[in-house]
Design a protein around this ligand. Structure first.
Ligand code: NAP
Length: 318
């Protein structure tokens, strides 16, 4: 099908637009701002509520599949006379558990989706934008790409990879007039936990049995009370994306500022804070293991460090 796209309308391709997720709400918000949106989904029925909108069309898109990516991009280009103005790489999956115990099959899957899948779409769409000397690539990273925590070793590695990859891409595509933006969501209400159905601990083959409650709590972290609604996230982020010269990083959502700040916190304090929250300190106690330094010792170090920082601030400003 060929659609008539007005010159001022921007053509957008987004991956991962199933109902209830961030991509779904980005698609609606982009259409509300007058964009012509091609909403990528693995299963067309998951885009049913989107296609009521005359500016949105669903396209089948699995980012782990070369043929699917080629076909979706070719379809959009054929439908719009060769235009994709904005590519939003949103598709992603979770991966949680003890980092040394997560099966490699899951590791491949999460990297294949969150990082290689994103690169696959970038490599297919970027040349079109480079030849037209315009376009914006939006890569959805995560605040966990700034600051890693226990139990998400591979997920956070994919997101840190997305951030680093986007930094290189931004500098390499700028000479061609193409912008690259990282969107780093905080805690956003979506289907990400419901969609994650992998076994967290292998009952017979784990050294982390005592940490099970902490891991289960961690898996829910992004979805507990206070998580930002995905519609609110989209309504804040989309105007920033559509700005004439968008910022390199857009970080938004519950807990995003505090997690972003933690990037600058020294490891001794970070390990104390995150170890207390995510249960690795408790595990050390339960295992009665002589961890590097006991939580009690660490807490003294942390309080001394925080007091020194507070004194430094007082001295600087008063
Ligand atoms: N929610 C948060 O708190 C949060 C925080 C930071 C970053 N993020 C990131 O935000 C993005 C969107 O996640 P979400 O929270 O909206 O989760 P979600 O509701 O689970 O949505 C993820 C979307 O990605 C799609 N997807 C998964 N594998 C795919 C593949 N191989 N090819 C194409 N699409 C695929 C899913 O399709 P199906 O429905 O077919 O599975 C779904 O449409 C992800 O990159 C995630 O890492 C989320």
């Amino acid at each position: 099908m060929t659609v008539t796209v007005a010159k001022e309308e921007r053509v957008v391709l987004i991956s991962g637009c199933s109902a209830g997720g961030i991509g779904h709400h980005l698609a609606l918000e982009l259409a509300a701002h007058g964009c012509r949106v091609f909403a990528g989904v693995r299963t067309l029925s998951k885009a049913q509520t989107l296609v009521d909108n005359p500016l949105i069309e669903a396209v089948e898109l699995d980012v782990t599949d070369d043929a699917s990516v080629d076909a979706a991009v070719a379809y959009v280009l054929a439908a719009t006379g060769g235009r994709i103005d904005i590519l939003v790489n949103n598709a992603g999956i979770n991966c949680a558990g003890p980092t040394v115990e997560i099966p490699l099959s899951q590791v491949h899957q999460v990297f294949n989706t969150n990082f290689i899948g994103l690169a696959r779409l970038c490599r297919t769409v970027a040349p079109v934008m480079m030849d037209r000397r315009q376009g914006t690539i939006v890569n959805v990273g995560s605040v966990s790409g700034y600051t890693a925590s226990p139990w998400f070793g591979y997920y956070t590695a994919t997101k840190a990879a997305v951030h680093a990859y986007s930094d290189s891409l931004r500098m390499e595509l700028a000479p061609f007039g193409v912008s690259v933006v990282v969107v780093a969501p905080g805690r956003i209400k979506s289907n990400i936990v419901d969609n994650y159905t992998e076994t967290i601990l292998d009952g017979n083959n784990t050294r982390y049995t005592m940490a099970r409650p902490a891991i289960e709590k961690a898996v829910m972290f992004s979805q507990t009370e206070g998580a930002t609604p995905a519609s609110q996230f989209a309504s804040v982020v989309v105007p920033k994306l559509l700005h004439r010269s968008p910022a390199a990083y857009i970080t938004y959502g519950d807990a995003s500022s505090s997690i972003w700040c933690m990037y600058y916190v020294p490891p001794v304090i970070l390990d104390y804070l995150l170890g207390s929250y995510f249960g690795t300190h408790q595990l050390a106690k339960d295992l009665q293991s002589p961890s590097l330094s006991s939580p009690a010792t660490t807490s003294v170090v942390v309080w001394v460090a925080l007091a020194a920082a507070a004194l430094g601030i007082l001295y600087t400003f008063f």
